[in-house]
Design a protein around this ligand. Structure first.
Ligand code: SF4
Length: 332
C-alpha cells in the first residue's frame, strides 16, 4: 500500500461518483420552483427595474420566464451563505468591547397593500437604542472595486435597484435610516453606506407600481423600451418580448486560456482607469512646466505640433463588453 507521511493513500475506485455532477443534479431539482412561480405581489428587489413591461410580464407570463441556469442557482446559494455569514460577523463584533451592535428581526416580512409590494428584510441593526434597516449584497470583486459611493451603484442595471429596495424597506416598516453593506465575494471585504428615507423617491415608486398594477389588472402591457443590451439582454422575458433579438446567434468560447485573458482584462480595468484618471489630473496640474520632480519621479513635458488628418469613410467593426455574471437570472 502506498503511504504518505504514515497515512495510507487509497486509490479512487473507477466507479466513484462524479461529485460535481451530483451537486449540479441536486441543485437543478429546485430549478423549476425557483424560476417559475405564480406572482402575488411585486417583489421589492425587482421594483427598481427600469422596464415596467418586464414587471408586468412577471405577473402575466410567469410560466414563460426563462429558467435559472445552474450557474445562477449556485450564485444564489453562494450569495445567501456569504450574507448570512456577515450577519453572524456583525453580531460577534457587536458584542466585543461593549459596542452593543446587534442584528434583530432577521428576515422580517412586510407588504405595502396599495402598491402590492412585498419584501423580506435581511435584519435590523440595533445600536444606541436606535434601529437601522440592514441590507447586505455580495458581489464580484470587479463590481465591488468600482463602487466608491451610492452614485456608483447607478452604473449597473442590477446594482441600481439596491437603493430603491432599501427605500421600500424603510417605508414598509416605518424606519428613517438604513445601512446597505456590500461584500466582495472573493476577498470578504465590506463597504457600508447609510441611506435615509427619501419620500420623493417613494412617491415615484408608488406611482410606477400603480401603473404596473393597472396593466396587470387589465392584462395589457406597457410599451417596450428601446433595446438595450444591459437590460433586455439579461431579461428573462426577452424571448417573448423581442424574439428577434433573443434569437441572435451567439458564439460561446470555452477555451480556458481565452477565458482567463478576458477575466484578467476586466479585473485590471478599474486599476487601468484609475491610472489614467490620476495621470490626467497630474498632467493638467503641471501643464506648461518643462520638468517637475515629484518624489522619485520626474515629469517632463513640451509642446508638439499636431498634424491635421481626416479619417477615410469605411466600414468599421464595433465591439462592446457586457458582464454576464451578476444577473442571477441571465440565460446567456
Ligand atoms: S426585453 Fe427589454 S423591453 Fe422587453 S420586457 Fe425585457 S427589458 Fe423590457
Amino acid at each position: 500500500m502506498i503511504e504518505y507521511q504514515g497515512i495510507p493513500i487509497i486509490e479512487v475506485p473507477e466507479n466513484f461518483p462524479d461529485i460535481q455532477k451530483a451537486i449540479y443534479e441536486y441543485k437543478s431539482r429546485a430549478e423549476d420552483s425557483h424560476s417559475r412561480r405564480p406572482v402575488s405581489s411585486n417583489w421589492a428587489s425587482n421594483v427598481g427595474d427600469p422596464c415596467e413591461r418586464r414587471l408586468v410580464y412577471e405577473w402575466l407570463d410567469w410560466d414563460k420566464k426563462d429558467k435559472f441556469t445552474i450557474d445562477a442557482l449556485l450564485r444564489f446559494d453562494e450569495g445567501n451563505m456569504q450574507e448570512n455569514k456577515l450577519i453572524l460577523d456583525i453580531k460577534e463584533a457587536g458584542m466585543w468591547r461593549g459596542q452593543k451592535i446587534d442584528v434583530i428581526e432577521e428576515q422580517k416580512h412586510f407588504r405595502l397593500p396599495k402598491e402590492l409590494i412585498s419584501g423580506k428584510i435581511d435584519g435590523i441593526i440595533s445600536w444606541n437604542a436606535k434601529r437601522y434597516v440592514l441590507e447586505i449584497k455580495s458581489m464580484s470583486p470587479v463590481i465591488f472595486n468600482t463602487v466608491k459611493d451610492l452614485q456608483d451603484l447607478q452604473k449597473y442595471v442590477w446594482t441600481k435597484k439596491y437603493p430603491t429596495q432599501v427605500q421600500l424597506y424603510l417605508y414598509g416598516i416605518e424606519q428613517e435610516n438604513g445601512i446597505l453593506i456590500l461584500k466582495d465575494k472573493s476577498s470578504g471585504q465590506i463597504k457600508q453606506f447609510c441611506i435615509k428615507i427619501d419620500y420623493d423617491h417613494i412617491h415615484e415608486i408608488s406611482e410606477k407600481m400603480c401603473r404596473v398594477n393597472e396593466h396587470v389588472k387589465a392584462k395589457t402591457y406597457p410599451d417596450r423600451m428601446e433595446y438595450n443590451e444591459m437590460t433586455c439582454g439579461y431579461c428573462p422575458f426577452e424571448h417573448i418580448c423581442m424574439p428577434d433579438e433573443a434569437a441572435k446567434e451567439v458564439d460561446v468560447v470555452v477555451d480556458p486560456e481565452i477565458i482567463m485573458k478576458v477575466m484578467r482584462m476586466h479585473e485590471i480595468k478599474p486599476i487601468a482607469k484609475e491610472y489614467d484618471d490620476i495621470g490626467k489630473e497630474i498632467k493638467t496640474m503641471f501643464k506648461g512646466k518643462p520638468q517637475v520632480i515629484i518624489g522619485r519621479w520626474c515629469l517632463s513635458g513640451k509642446y508638439i505640433q499636431k498634424k491635421e488628418y481626416t479619417v477615410p469613410a469605411g466600414e468599421q467593426w464595433q465591439t462592446r463588453w457586457s458582464d454576464l455574471t451578476p444577473n442571477a437570472g441571465a440565460k446567456k
